[in-house]
Write a new protein. Structure first.
Length: 283
């Protein structure tokens, strides 16, 4: 009597209707990346309504707040990590299963979650670049934002310099542009050269009609306020930049872990209830 040999399926992907047979399942990975990007976009939209966003809608940086930046950074971390965890879980849950060792299956599920994370980051960067391009194009198409030769974010400082009840004549665009360049140089870490400061005092005195000592005090006050605001904006930018980088790094780990969980639920045919049931039933 011939020996009966037991047939075993070779290791590899298990064929399913419409299921991919390659080691990398691009469909679930792309779908998870799109879900993660869409979820983060919606949640960031809610955050922008209450002021929790990366960039301020104000054309200036005077309203930048360190505490607001910290709160915004915390929200960014929560949104990005949660969104990519959802995308990674869906990626691991819907992709085809495997005939392999459990550790190998978990590794491949996590790898697909990491691929979904990478695709989501690329998609988000592309959307951000398109938004920045459209904003820059809109700014270039509306030269009125540069108020009379001064950049929009320095227009208020220049107005304060030349403000006076007895102004002989309004400042020309060339004068405002020169004053703006001097103020921008003063926002750097190096001290403003003496000749530049003297020129700014002369411009302020000539346009506003103030005596030289009063013009000098006004220049000092405006430059001090501008430096403080710029320093605060730099701190807020560092906090937000670090929060975004930390969120993306944590999101990679979240996508890996969530994809592994989704794979386990897929293999064990775990099906969460789609509706809530009452704890007590009427007798």
């Amino acid at each position: 009597m011939a020996d009966v040999q037991t047939y075993r399926d070779p290791a590899g992907p298990i064929p399913t209707p419409g299921g991919p047979l390659s080691y990398i399942h691009w469909g679930p990975s792309i779908g998870g990346a799109i879900v993660a990007a869409a979820t983060s976009f919606v949640l960031m939209g809610f955050a922008s309504a209450v002021g929790l966003m990366v960039a301020s809608p104000s054309p200036t940086w005077r309203d930048a707040s360190v505490w607001l930046a910290i709160l915004s950074g915390f929200w960014i971390i929560v949104v990005v990590v949660g969104s990519f965890a959802l995308g990674g879980y869906l990626t691991g849950r819907v992709r085809s299963t495997w005939a392999a060792a459990p550790d190998e299956i978990e590794f491949r599920d996590g790898t697909h979650g990491l691929i979904a994370w990478a695709l989501g980051v690329i998609l988000g960067a592309a959307l951000l670049a398109m938004t920045a391009y459209m904003y820059a194009a809109g700014s270039a198409a509306s030269p009125a934002r540069d108020t009379a030769g001064a950049p929009s974010f320095l227009a208020y400082e220049i107005d304060r310099l030349f403000r006076s009840e007895r102004r002989p004549e309004p400042a020309t665009s060339d004068v405002r542009a020169e004053a703006s360049r001097i103020v921008m140089k003063a926002l750097g870490r190096a001290e403003l050269p003496t000749e530049d400061r003297a020129q700014l005092v002369r411009l302020t005195s000539a346009v506003s009609g103030l005596p030289q000592p009063e013009a000098d005090r006004r220049v000092t006050q405006v430059l001090t306020d501008a430096r403080n605001a710029a320093s605060q904006a730099r701190r807020s930018g560092v906090i937000l930049g670090f929060s975004l980088a930390a969120a993306l790094a944590a999101a990679a780990a979240a996508a890996w872990i969530a994809a592994g969980i989704g794979g386990k639920h897929r293999d064990t045919e775990f099906s969460p209830p789609l509706r809530w049931r009452s704890a007590s039933r009427a007798v």
